[in-house]
Write a protein that binds this ligand. Structure first.
Ligand SMILES: Nc1ncnc2c1ncn2[C@@H]1O[C@H](COP(=O)(O)OP(=O)(O)OP(=O)(O)O)[C@@H](O)[C@H]1O
Length: 301
């Protein structure tokens, strides 16, 4: 992080009008359509005394056609925590992640069963506004994916434009997000330069800035460091630690050291099942299930 004050610590609960332009709704749930009003929303009420947001999974099953890739997961992603998701290749980590912001269903034949609750509100309820969900549940992908024709500034402001968030000063929000992503000092003198001109690690932090610019409640990260060198990885890991003060973070990673460094809790998945979730230290030193023990001790990968 830079020496600048971490802007992501801005108390978001006092800032409902600029909290991402998520729909204000006259419906029972702020996720319901039709509801898009630029710039503000009635926030999904967080637990009293908390600024954070919780995602709760009840019996979540994710299918590709007849193939059940996620086999009934019960799990709570707690506010202001990083939950690391680990497990061997193909165990369903990414599928579960994409189910949480309704990206899974974009794949033909794919569907989800069970309940996914954001602060108690079912994101799959009939009439739910998918755009609103993706605004509240942001995602950072494996490979940095800045928009190739856009400048650094435009990349960060893109989410504000797409979501028609007009009642905030875009330049201020761009600076806020870039500071929050620990990138401001490196790019403040070249905001109009192309985003793709940055290094891989900087591009990933740019994508994180783009994600936080619309102030989501939850950030899903799918192996965000897998394309980065160790120094850039460390920077992004430090950033994740900072961001959890304002966001609920789910981090899919193949890198067990990363889970140990960054995760408050770690969830181990195997063959589509959630085997266990616990404090990261417990998972790595004294897990409850022998399969977890075997995996974290490197007996299979
Ligand atoms: N688009 C798809 N169509 C059909 N099956 C898929 C698709 N994507 C994933 N799968 C299957 O779903 C299962 C879970 O895959 P997923 O990518 O979620 O696992 P993962 O744990 O994230 O793996 P990795 O660590 O290798 O990324 C696998 O059996 C995979 O083959």
């Amino acid at each position: 992080m830079t020496s600048d004050p971490a802007p992501v610590r801005e108390p978001r609960t006092t800032d409902p009008q600029t909290s991402g332009g998520i729909p204000v709704s006259t419906h029972d749930s702020p996720l319901q359509t039709p509801a898009t009003v630029a710039g503000g929303r009635a926030p999904v009420a967080p637990a009293q005394g908390s600024t954070g947001h919780t995602v709760t999974l009840h019996g979540v099953k994710s299918f590709y056609g007849d193939n059940m890739a996620v086999k009934g997961v019960d799990l709570e992603y707690r506010a202001n925590e990083v939950t690391a998701m680990i497990g061997p290749s193909g165990c369903g980590k990414s599928t579960l992640l994409r189910s949480i912001n309704r990206m899974h269903e974009e794949i033909p034949g794919a569907r989800v069963e069970g309940e996914i609750l954001l602060d108690g509100v079912d994101i799959n309820a009939p009439g739910t506004d998918i755009v609103a969900i993706r605004r509240m549940i942001g995602m950072v992908f494996q490979r940095p994916n800045p928009f190739p024709t856009m400048s650094i500034r435009e990349n960060v402001a893109a989410g504000l434009k797409f979501n028609k968030i007009k009642d905030v000063d875009h330049d201020e929000r761009v600076e806020w997000a870039l500071r929050g992503a620990g990138l401001w000092d490196e790019v403040k003198d070249r905001l109009n330069a192309p985003g793709v001109g940055l290094s891989g690690g900087q591009q990933q932090r740019l994508c994180i800035a783009r994600t936080i610019a619309i102030k989501p409640d939850v950030i899903l990260m799918d192996e965000p460091c897998s394309a980065l060198d160790p120094i850039a990885t460390l920077k992004v890991e430090e950033l994740i630690q900072e961001l959890k003060q304002d966001f609920t973070i789910v981090l899919v990673t193949h890198n067990m050291q990363q889970a140990a460094r960054v995760g408050d809790r770690t969830a181990f998945m195997y063959l589509g099942d959630l085997v266990e979730v616990d404090a990261t230290e417990k998972i790595f030193t004294n897990p409850s299930d022998p399969r977890t023990e075997e995996y974290v001790s490197g007996k299979f990968s």
